[in-house]
Write a protein that binds this ligand. Structure first.
Ligand code: GDP
Ligand code: IMO
Ligand code: MG
Length: 429
């Protein structure tokens, strides 16, 4: 039995949460390995909607859920989310939730800095989720972060906070802001510490043990390959590596554990925040897809930008992330369109490109080259077998498969957990 690593292959919001929840009942452990509460995953189970940001999407099905060391953790956001999801009837205890004790924390000073930078950037802003993600990762690699395990050593925390705050006070002064109130921060951390420490442990050890016992591990990526800090549309990206390779480093299991890489791909394209988007639609069709697909951010409620399927980008993401097979989601949102378009290349300064060039200015100038196909008038919504799909929807899926050079393993036809068509089981690959 293989393990499975789920990653987003576009700009996030591909439907990873739905697919992870669907796969979770067949896994023994679900592990988040990067990102933080910038992620927003909507799960719909028997008509009931759950919105998760930091909790792994296995939590709703009762699967052991692990927050790995690669995640940046806001302890107050976690406490709020646990309370909210428990209020929906999901039991969350140290039996089904484990948090890596070497996870760096997101503190209010990170959120402050995120907001100060975005405001100062004006039109050039990244359009972050404002959760303090970038500044928290900077402090991690700057070797001054406060980590989960530090909450068990409050006597040493004051000196650590001094070091961290000295750095932030200098930055804040540059923005005309007062220094961090260290006493208040220490008090807030001391207050939240017992809640976080309930779940804290060296998760690499727990994962090693369950792996030896033959457990099936499902790694859950957040965001998408095009938001990866190395491979994405830099600088309009998030501050972590979102590619499949991060599953190993961000959980404490080696690369041999990551198994089948399932790239989640929306049947069209969306993006939240700033940055290049070659196939973006500013017309009635874009409006219609946004409405039918309910394309509003789970975390910030922002309207997502919408466009045609971009096979160039997905082919690039699949290659970079070593995708074994894709799950194609939201095909139902295209129902009823007379024609559908797929981007197969770009025109840039008189040349044709079959990949997205690295420079932001080049990316912004890429003009899509489209292939047009007939749409389908019949509904695909809720279909649970490939045979139930209209012939033209099947042609569209097959054409995508050819262009991205990667097979389709799953098709999703509605937000509901079980409205999912299995074509190739990632766990038995
Ligand atoms: P994630 O961040 O990748 O987990 O995706 P989000 O949850 O942010 O956004 C995906 C949205 O599409 C959610 O509202 C899902 O409920 C919804 N969704 C997922 N799969 C499908 C599908 O096949 N069809 C439709 N119509 N909606 C879907
Ligand atoms: P899920 O897991 C879509 C985007 C933000 C912004 C950029 C940087 O739900 O797919 P950040 O706050 O991370 O510094 O913002 O990344 N972004 C996402 N877009 N889905 C997400 O997560 C995202 N997480 C971050 O909109 O453009
Ligand atoms: Mg999302």
């Amino acid at each position: 039995m293989a393990n499975v690593t789920v990653i987003g292959a576009q700009w996030g919001d591909e439907g990873k949460g739905k697919i992870v929840d669907w796969l979770a009942s067949r896994a023994d452990v679900v592990v988040r390995f990067q990102g933080g509460h910038n992620a927003g995953h909507t799960l719909v189970v028997d008509g009931k909607t759950y919105k998760l940001s930091l909790l792994p999407s296995g939590i709703v099905s009762g699967t052991l859920s692990v927050i790995g060391n690669g995640v940046v953790l806001d302890p107050w956001a976690l406490r709020e989310e646990v309370a909210r999801i428990e209020a929906q009837g999901v039991r969350i205890t140290d039996d089904n939730l484990a948090i890596a004790d070497n996870c760096p924390l997101i503190l209010p000073l990170h959120r402050d800095l995120d907001a100060l930078r975005e405001t100062a950037a004006g039109k050039g802003k990244i359009g972050t989720t404002g959760r303090g993600i970038g500044p928290a990762y900077e402090d991690k690699v700057g070797r001054r972060a406060i980590r989960v395990c530090d909450l068990a050593h409050l006597d040493a925390l004051e000196a650590q906070l001094d070091r961290l705050c000295a750095h932030h006070d200098a930055l804040r002064a540059g923005f005309g802001q007062p220094p961090v109130d260290r006493a208040a921060l220490l008090a807030a951390l001391s207050e939240v510490a017992p809640f976080v420490l309930r779940f804290a442990q060296p998760v690499w050890k727990r994962l090693k043990k369950v792996r030896r016992a033959g457990a099936r591990i499902l790694f859950e990526g957040a965001q998408g390959v095009l938001l990866d800090v190395d491979h994405g549309t830099y600088p309009f990206v998030t501050s972590s590596n979102t590619v499949s390779g991060t599953a190993a480093a961000g959980s404490g299991l080696g690369p041999s554990a990551t198994g089948f890489v399932l790239g989640i791909v929306k049947a069209y394209t969306t993006r939240v925040g700033s940055g290049p988007f070659p196939t973006e639609l500013d017309d009635e069709i874009g409006q219609r897809l946004g409405e039918r697909g309910h394309e509003f951010g789970t975390v910030t409620g922002r309207k997502r930008r919408v466009g045609w399927f971009d096979a160039v980008l997905v082919r690039q993401s699949c290659a970079i992330s070593g995708v074994t097979g894709i799950a194609l989601t939201k095909i139902d949102v295209l129902d009823g369109l007379e024609k559908v378009k797929i981007c197969t290349g770009y025109r840039l300064r008189g040349k044709v490109y079959d990949y997205l060039p690295s420079h932001a200015a080049d990316q912004a100038l890429c003009e899509p080259i489209y292939e047009e196909m007939d749409g389908w008038s019949q509904s695909t919504a809720g279909a649970r077998s490939y045979a139930d799909l209209p012939a033209n929807a099947i042609k569209y899926i097959q054409r995508i498969q050819e262009l991205i050079e990667c097979p389709v393993a799953l098709v999703s036809t509605s937000p509901e957990r079980d409205d999912t068509i299995l074509m190739r089981d990632p766990f038995v690959d």
